[in-house]
Design a protein around this ligand. Structure first.
Ligand code: UT7
Length: 329
């Protein structure tokens, strides 16, 4: 008799988030660049964003989010053996933000590293942690998206500085046995893509080995916009195909929060009902790798996302990078 091999699944056990105290409204930005609340709301859906205080770093935001996620999971730092921070705004060129968070929360075992896929970072980090957990090599992962994009912005460039915000979100994933069916809790599938030919459309014009400076974010917004809807709907279609599910099976659609128009157009293209979309871009702006875990945390804490529900996450960003993951919460 052959025993059936159990399928390991990466199940969400806890979630937490953190936003810097300082909230900056569109009216505040009207005072520093030639823009209007009306333009920002019409073109992006953003009304306000949070900006890190002086000396407040990405690892500090990430540490707050990590502690909240551990508390939500009912776990201690010692229970975690893998920590991944998705960020493009590390405190230092090295060591990684992840090892600083590791020390701050008192996690003295396991492995910690950063992952850089810009706005797609959280989806890439979830997919990466999932591969570790389902292989059986690690048992519990803290997956964090954390950014201080305000430090990369050219505050004289109205085409970019109004779009972004700072924040962090964290998820605790735990390896549990499943049946292999889509009714299992956990990450059911993930689909990652990148295409380096698009570098010039969204990049930072500095770095340690090129200019020796941090640099500023540069974006050809219209070009990014043009690619975004097709790319994210492609990888969501891949997720549906891999699991035999459809847009109708989704309980919640939690997209990267870059622009309300991109989100609505993507949902519309796939027939996802607008009532299923979680929107935080109005309050957070685009927080890059932090946007999805921040949105998940909002929808979990206000009672929308419940255990057993089907949640689609997706993102697209610099590189280009793009990806999706389908999660049974
Ligand atoms: O998270 C990573 C992925 N990033 C994204 O997904 C961002 C994708 N792109 C976008 O979200 C949009 O392209 C933007 C919000 C960045 C821009 O919206 P748009 O509808 O594509 O506007 P546009 O760039 O075509 O600019 C329209 C006009 C321009 O003026 P002219 O040339 O038509 O006279 C801009 O100069 O709006 C002007 N403009 C502004 N006006 C007031 C650009 N920024 C501003 C501003 N305030 N802040």
């Amino acid at each position: 008799m052959t025993a059936s091999k159990p399928t390991l699944r990466s199940v969400v056990r806890g979630i937490g988030s953190y936003l810097p105290a300082r909230r900056v409204t569109n009216a505040d930005l009207e005072k520093i660049v030639d823009t209007t609340d009306d333009w920002i709301v019409q073109r992006t859906g953003i009304r306000s964003r949070h900006i890190a205080g002086e000396g407040e770093t990405t690892s500090q935001l990430a540490t707050h989010a990590a502690r909240a996620a551990l508390e939500d999971a009912g776990l201690q730092a010692a229970d975690i053996d893998l920590l991944i921070v998705a960020t493009s705004t590390p405190d230092y060129t090295f060591p990684s933000t992840a090892t600083q968070v590791q020390a701050a929360i008192g996690m003295n075992n396991g492995a910690a590293f950063d992952l850089q896929a810009v706005c797609s970072g959280f989806v890439f980090a979830m997919a990466t942690a999932d591969k570790f957990l389902v292989s059986g090599s690690h048992r519990r992962a803290l997956v964090i998206g954390a950014e201080t994009f305000s430090r990369l912005l050219d505050w004289t460039d109205r085409t970019t500085c109004v779009l972004f915000g700072d924040g962090a979100g964290a998820v605790v994933l735990e390896a549990r046995e499943g049946t292999g069916a889509t009714s299992d809790r956990g990450i059911l599938t993930s689909h990652l893509r990148s295409d380096g030919r698009h570098r010039e459309k969204l990049y930072v014009d500095g770095g340690p080995s090129s200019t020796g400076t941090v640099g500023h974010l540069r974006m050809a917004g219209r070009d990014v916009f043009r690619h975004a809807v097709g790319m994210v709907t492609d990888v969501m279609t891949d997720a549906f195909a891999a699991t035999g599910t459809t847009a109708e099976d989704l309980d919640w659609f939690v997209p990267h929060q870059a622009n309300r128009r991109i989100i609505d157009a993507s949902a519309d293209k796939l027939g996802i009902a607008s009532s299923k979309i979680v929107i935080t871009v109005d309050q957070h702006g685009n927080t890059s790798a932090a946007s999805i875990p921040l949105a998940l945390a909002v929808a979990k804490s206000d009672g929308r996302i419940k255990e057993g529900q089907l949640v689609m996450i997706e993102a697209m960003g610099g590189g280009f990078t793009w990806g999706s993951a389908l999660i049974r919460w």
